[in-house]
Design a protein around this ligand. Structure first.
Ligand SMILES: Nc1ncnc2c1ncn2[C@@H]1O[C@H](COP(=O)(O)OP(=O)(O)OP(=O)(O)O)[C@@H](O)[C@H]1O
Ligand SMILES: [Mg+2]
Length: 287
C-alpha cells in the first residue's frame, strides 16, 4: 500500500485534525498497518477508543467506513452476501425453467459488509467490530478472507479486492481470538488516555466545557479508574460527565456535585457506591 504519511508523528498529528488524539504507540501501530497493508487488531479496555480510530482513519483518508458489527451466531449470509429472494421470486414467476436459473447472478446478490469492502478495495476502511462476540467458525472464515482478500461465490465466481482495504478489527476479549488470526494482523492494546491526553480529548470533543472544568474532570476520571471498578469509565463517559457538569451550571468540580452527577460517568451500582465512598479522595474539595 502506498503510504500516505511520512512518519507516525505525522499520522498522529493528522488524526488530531479529525478529532482523534492517539498516543505514540497507537500512532506507530496504525502507521505500520497502513504501510505494510496488514489488518490492525485492537484489544483493550471498554471505551478506550478502539472503534473510534477506524472512523477517524476513514475520515482522514477520505474513505468509506464499512462496519461489520459481530454478534453471536453471525454467519456469511449476514456478513458476506445473501440473495435477494424477493426479487428472485418475482423474476422466476412466469418464466420457464431455463430462465429461472438466471436469478443467481450479480444482479440478485445482496452485498453485506465484507463483500462491500472487497469490492471497494482501498477506497474503504473495513471495521470488524467486537470480533470476540462471533464464534470460532466465523473467525476461521474471516482468517481466510483476510489472507486472500478474495472469496469465491459458487454461482458467480471469485471476487477479489482490487487492492486490500484497510482493516481494523476490535475485540473486548470476552473470549480469546486464535493465534492464526492474530498472526495475520498487527496487534495493539489500546489503553485509556492519561490525564493530559484526556484533557485534550475533552477540549476537542466537548469544546463548550470550560477549560478548567475539563482539566478537573480529566484528573478525577484518572483517579476513579484507579479505584479498581468492575467497569471503569471510558473516554465517552468522561465526555458525557464533563457535558453533564456543564449542563447543570458547574464551573468547579467538588465532591458534592461529582457524587450527584455520577449517573453520567459510572454505569454500575456497585461501582457507583464504591466511587461515592471514595469521593473525597478522587475529587479534592476546593479551598
Ligand atoms: N483517542 C481519542 N480521541 C478522541 N476521542 C476519543 C478517543 N478515544 C475515545 N474517544 C471518544 O470516546 C468514545 C468511545 O470510544 P470508542 O467507542 O472508540 O471506544 P471502544 O474502545 O470501541 O469501546 P467499546 O469497547 O465499549 O466498544 C468515542 O466515541 C470518542 O468520542
Ligand atoms: Mg467499540
Amino acid at each position: 500500500m502506498q503510504h500516505p504519511f511520512t512518519s507516525p508523528a505525522e499520522l498522529k498529528q493528522r488524526l488530531g485534525g479529525v478529532s482523534y488524539l492517539a498516543d505514540d504507540p497507537l500512532a506507530m501501530a496504525t502507521f505500520l498497518a497502513l504501510g505494510l497493508g496488514r489488518p490492525l487488531l485492537l484489544e483493550g479496555a471498554n471505551g478506550a477508543g478502539k472503534t473510534e480510530i477506524a472512523k477517524a482513519l476513514a475520515a482522514l483518508l477520505g474513505r468509506d467506513l464499512i462496519r461489520l458489527q459481530c454478534y453471536e451466531g453471525i454467519d456469511t449470509s449476514q456478513a458476506l452476501y445473501d440473495w435477494h429472494y424477493g426479487r428472485q421470486l418475482l423474476a422466476v414467476r412466469g418464466s420457464d425453467e431455463r430462465e429461472a436459473a438466471e436469478v443467481f447472478t450479480r444482479e440478485y446478490l445482496l452485498s453485506r459488509p465484507l463483500l462491500q469492502a472487497l469490492e471497494a478495495g482501498d477506497r474503504a476502511v473495513l471495521l470488524i467490530d467486537e470480533l470476540d462476540r462471533a464464534d470460532d467458525e466465523f473467525e476461521a472464515f474471516l482468517l481466510e478472507l483476510l489472507s486472500d482478500f478474495a472469496v469465491t461465490i459458487p454461482e458467480i465466481g471469485r471476487v477479489a479486492a482490487p487492492a486490500p482495504p484497510l482493516v481494523v478489527l476490535t475485540s473486548n476479549r470476552t473470549r480469546d481470538l486464535h493465534s492464526a488470526l492474530r498472526r495475520r494482523c498487527l496487534y495493539h492494546w489500546v489503553v485509556h488516555p492519561d490525564a493530559e491526553r484526556e484533557f485534550q480529548i475533552l477540549r476537542v470533543r466537548a469544546p463548550h466545557v470550560p477549560e478548567e472544568l475539563a482539566r478537573q474532570v480529566a484528573a478525577a476520571v484518572q483517579r476513579i479508574r484507579g479505584l479498581g471498578l468492575g467497569n471503569p469509565p471510558g473516554v465517552g463517559e468522561s465526555i458525557d460527565w464533563a457535558g453533564a457538569l456543564h449542563l447543570v451550571g458547574i464551573a468547579t468540580l467538588s465532591p458534592e456535585v461529582a457524587g450527584a452527577t455520577l449517573s453520567a460517568l459510572v454505569k454500575d451500582i456497585d461501582d457507583q457506591q464504591l466511587v461515592a465512598e471514595r469521593i473525597d479522595d478522587v475529587v479534592p474539595s476546593t479551598p
